[in-house]
Design a protein around this ligand. Structure first.
Ligand SMILES: [Zn+2]
Length: 417
């Protein structure tokens, strides 16, 4: 039985789920199988803080009022943390909660079964490692197919990035002995059943996500620098990943208002981060704004731009034009050495390399280390990131960039002049 063939069965006869054969169990070694659709892995059904909060409260989970650390040393409410991790690492809150429930009973237990710090570290570290495997497969640079299965039959190849990531996860963090293929099959069956019971069909949505084609890139609207026209901001972070490593994708860059240094005060209340292109605000997070540029409200389709570390953010469901205010830059919502905005681009809710993006004609170049590098414009004009690992933000004059976004903001119902 091929995995995709029993998806309709799931829709029609959900009660038969327990009796159905697991998708992978009868697939011959060598035939790729899919355990979880890539769309469920990267987006899933719980995408914003209100949805996660409502879900945890309905479950009676202690996580509804717990604290986690999506960035080490920076505690946030678990609801906010789960959406942050989902956004930063493209590992959906639904998947993280399913795995956490299988290993620690976080949805069923009335009380946490792990110490708070252990729990906080679990969510951060598992999201990070799952993300690395997912992106390795997404960019086609995955290592040997799955993990070795010593002495046993071969594990069937993974049919998508989610399956590759989850199988590596199993053999690295879950596998406790026994015949590897049988142990994996039992775990995959349990994962699919738990996911289906809680969140719906694990094979729902797009089975495979892949980097955008040249035709897809044509659909990304022209992007402007994300602060008001005429203002000078500094490039304080060249291309970097969320885990601080040089691993792909180097999806983000950081900009800071020129007159601002450090995090005291933590919000630049008189400064504004503005839209790079027209879009719809979606996927509510306390300190992050996401614009959906195809306007269908679904991050799993089309292009999005993401603006991190905002205070006084615009509500979701607003259609904004280029240059309209999204919020004030701040040190909130993740790690920040100074008040800034973290800017990045997603396709189908998956981060894309910022080096493939142009902002007001500027291109980005990676440096030797994450956060280094700079910007270059036609004619050879360059700006180097003023990130210094030893002495942060000492001298940023070589990183000054003037925005050509809209200079004056019209009345938008938000952030009026
Ligand atoms: Zn950043």
């Amino acid at each position: 039985m091929k995995p995709l063939r029993w998806f309709p069965l799931l829709l029609l006869l959900p009660l038969l789920w327990d009796r159905a054969a697991p998708a992978h169990s009868q697939a011959p070694a060598g035939e790729p199988t899919i355990l979880l659709a890539d769309e469920q892995f990267a987006s899933g059904p719980l995408r914003d803080e209100p949805a996660v909060r409502a879900f945890l409260q309905a479950q009676g989970s202690f996580l509804a009022s717990a604290t986690l650390e999506p960035v080490k040393g920076i505690p946030m409410p678990a609801v906010q943390s789960l959406v942050f991790l989902g956004e930063a690492y493209s590992v959906s809150p639904a998947l993280l909660l399913t795995l956490a429930d299988m290993e620690m009973g976080v949805l069923s237990a009335g009380q946490p079964t792990r110490a708070p710090q252990t729990l906080a570290d679990w969510f951060r570290q598992r999201a990070m490692i799952l993300s690395r495997w997912f992106y390795d497969a997404y960019y086609g640079i995955a290592g040997a197919p799955n993990r070795p299965s010593p002495g046993g039959e071969r594990v069937p190849p993974a049919g998508n990035a989610a399956t590759y990531a989850l199988r590596n996860y199993f053999f690295t963090h879950v596998y406790g002995g026994g015949e590897p293929v049988a142990a994996l099959a039992a775990w995959e069956e349990l994962l699919q059943r738990r996911y289906a019971a809680t969140f719906g069909p694990p094979l729902g949505g797009k089975a495979r996500l892949a980097p955008p084609t040249p035709a897809d890139w044509q659909e990304l609207p022209a992007l402007r620098l994300p602060w008001p026209g005429g203002e000078v901001w500094h490039l304080t972070g060249g291309p970097h990943n969320f885990d601080g490593s040089k691993r792909l994708p180097l999806s983000g860059v950081d900009f800071q208002p020129a007159e601002i240094t450090g995090c005291n005060p933590p919000i630049a209340a008189d400064e504004w981060v503005v839209a790079s292109a027209p879009g719809l605000t979606i996927d509510y997070q306390t300190h992050w704004v996401k614009l959906d540029h195809d306007g269908d409200g679904d991050a799993a389709t089309g292009w999005q731009t993401v603006y991190g570390h905002l205070a006084y953010r615009i509500p979701d469901g607003a259609w904004v034009r280029v240059g309209w205010r999204l919020g004030s830059p701040s040190c909130l919502g993740g790690y920040a050495g100074g008040v800034h905005v973290h800017f990045g681009v997603k396709y189908e809710n998956v981060w894309q390399p910022v080096e493939a993006v142009r902002l007001s004609g500027w291109a980005f170049e990676r440096g030797e280390e994450a956060y280094e590098g700079g910007m270059v414009r036609e004619g050879g004009v360059t700006r180097q990131s003023c990130y210094h690992s030893e002495q942060p933000l000492m001298d940023c004059t070589h990183a000054a960039v003037v925005s050509d976004n809209r200079a004056r903001i019209r009345r938008t119902g938000f952030g009026l002049e």
